[in-house]
Design a protein around this ligand. Structure first.
Ligand SMILES: Nc1nc2c(ncn2[C@@H]2O[C@H](COP(=O)(O)OP(=O)(O)O)[C@@H](O)[C@H]2O)c(=O)[nH]1
Ligand SMILES: [Mg+2]
Length: 379
């Protein structure tokens, strides 16, 4: 049976409020245990088709809900409501994107307790939706073969913000002069998004998308992916530090090294400072950051591998810094010279001895931290 579709009319919220409301949305999604996916892309790239296919194939596994964003009308909402899931239509009344407030109004109309995966089909275009965080966990951009391979080059922000880039209509490759290699290169130059080439029409590659979505959803629902409660603003410097010859002490340094491979944004600088952060202060200052995050092994009396985000005031009370210099003093210095807001992400070490071995608990935390940070910073 097809459900009746509710439609709400909303106006665009002011830009500076958007980020704050997006954070509230994130909290609502976390509290209700809902994995949320923002689906963006040009009109006709296949957003609705992908949702129809994905939901009908995974319906036995998860319960779904959809928010449809359109300037006008409810055609797509009707297509999805035919799958007998809750669908809410948001008409933006002219705005070329959904913003956080529109989505917040939308989620209030949905039976949140019955939804595990919420898709938001954003308004079709490659510009505005990228500028407005709506608080979703995962950002997906769908590009399609007939659009040409230059889209990541022309709309870098959209592709930068995406965690996953689906290249749809692969079945049309042989009918066009689309250059897959070139597309991949353009994408890699601007973004760390994973590329999944597929065809909703023939089903090619859909299994890879399904498996990715399922595993991310499971991780999210079992709280393996958690926000780090850092207010990422403006230009960002992430500094990982630690001595890799001293067991778990090297954790921060390893995180930074790995992050340089996954996060490629011009407004983010990642520094693996090893055990000589004093040599990197000039580099940090020169980047003119608004936000500085230091990742380090810190003995804050937690259980081995525990990850804790701390603000500099809290830092003064930490008893043990594992290095010879004072971490609070150093962070304070960075704070004064750059004017940036500073956070410390501490990883509780298990053992700090003269060895290159990292304890299993800390290895797990390193992996988790890399995943969480890649996630948050690809938005
Ligand atoms: N050839 C081909 N056509 C597709 C594929 N996926 C979607 N389409 C078609 O592309 C058109 C636009 O799809 P739609 O899902 O409405 O796009 P949206 O505007 O992004 O939601 C429709 O005619 C679909 O049938 C595909 O993999 N291959
Ligand atoms: Mg659509």
């Amino acid at each position: 049976m097809m459900k009746k579709i509710k439609t709400i009319e909303v106006g665009a919220s002011i830009f500076e409020e958007n980020d704050r409301i997006a954070k509230e949305n994130q909290r609502i999604f976390r509290e209700n245990g809902i994995f949320t996916v923002n689906i963006m892309g040009s009109p006709g790239s296949g957003k609705t088709s992908l949702l129809e296919k994905t939901i009908s194939e995974l319906k036995g596994q998860f319960s779904f809900g959809v928010i449809e964003g359109d300037v006008k009308g409810n055609l797509d909402a009707k297509r999805l409501a035919a799958l007998d899931i809750p669908v809410l239509q948001i008409n933006t009344g002219g705005a070329c994107h959904l913003d956080a407030l529109m989505v917040q109004k939308g989620i209030k109309e949905l039976p949140l307790k019955d939804i595990e995966v919420l898709f938001v089909e954003n308004v079709g275009n490659l510009v505005c939706p990228a500028e407005f965080d709506i608080g979703t966990v995962l950002n997906v951009v769908i590009s399609s073969v007939p659009e040409g391979e230059d889209k990541p080059l022309k709309y870098p922000l959209m592709f930068q913000r995406a965690n996953i880039c689906i290249l749809n209509k692969i079945d049309l490759l042989s009918y066009t002069d689309f250059n897959l290699e070139q597309f991949t290169k353009y994408l890699k130059d601007t973004s760390s998004a994973q590329i999944i080439p597929l065809s909703v029409k023939t089903g090619y590659g859909l299994n890879i998308w399904r498996e990715k979505l399922s595993s991310l959803t499971f991780n999210w629902l079992s709280e393996k992916i958690e926000p780090l409660s850092i207010d990422w603003k403006g230009r960002i410097v992430i500094v990982g530090m630690g001595d890799r010859m001293k067991g778990d002490d090297g954790a921060g340094s390893i995180v930074a090294e790995k992050l340089t491979r996954t996060i490629k944004r011009k407004d983010i600088r990642i520094i693996d400072a090893g055990n000589a952060i004093e040599n990197y202060i000039g580099l940090i200052e020169k980047f003119h950051p608004d936000t500085v995050v230091v990742i380090d092994a810190v003995d804050f009396g937690g259980s081995p591998g525990e990850i804790k985000t701390m603000d500099p005031d809290e830092l003064q009370e930490i008893t043990t810094s594992t290095h010879t210099f004072s971490l609070p003093l150093l962070i304070n210095h960075i704070k004064i010279t750059t004017g940036a807001r500073c956070n410390l992400v501490g990883i509780q070490p298990k053992k700090i001895d003269v060895s290159e071995n990292i304890s299993t608990e800390i290895q797990k935390s390193i992996k988790k931290l890399i995943e969480d940070l890649s996630f948050e910073l690809c938005r």
